[in-house]
Design a protein around this ligand. Sequence first.
Ligand SMILES: [Zn+2]
Length: 88
Amino acid sequence: MVIYLAMAARSDNVIAFPLHRRRELQGCPHCGRRDDVWQIGRLLWAYCEVHEVRWVVADDAGVTRATINRNELKKGLEFLSTFAEVTR
Ligand SMILES: [Zn+2]
């Protein structure tokens, strides 16, 4: 799952992720809940534990390699990999 830092961050565009290509999700499509968020690279993922789904809520172009905690990233990836992505 390579979803971060594939391209250089554009400082003039906070939302570099193609947000127009995804559905806007404020909460779980099944129950509307949002348990918490995980920062994975520059993407902020929200998830619903009950329905095991996750979706992107933000793309933080300000996150660089230097600000990424590798242990946190690994933990986040392992955690989120158990959820189905519903962003697209
Ligand atoms: Zn749910």
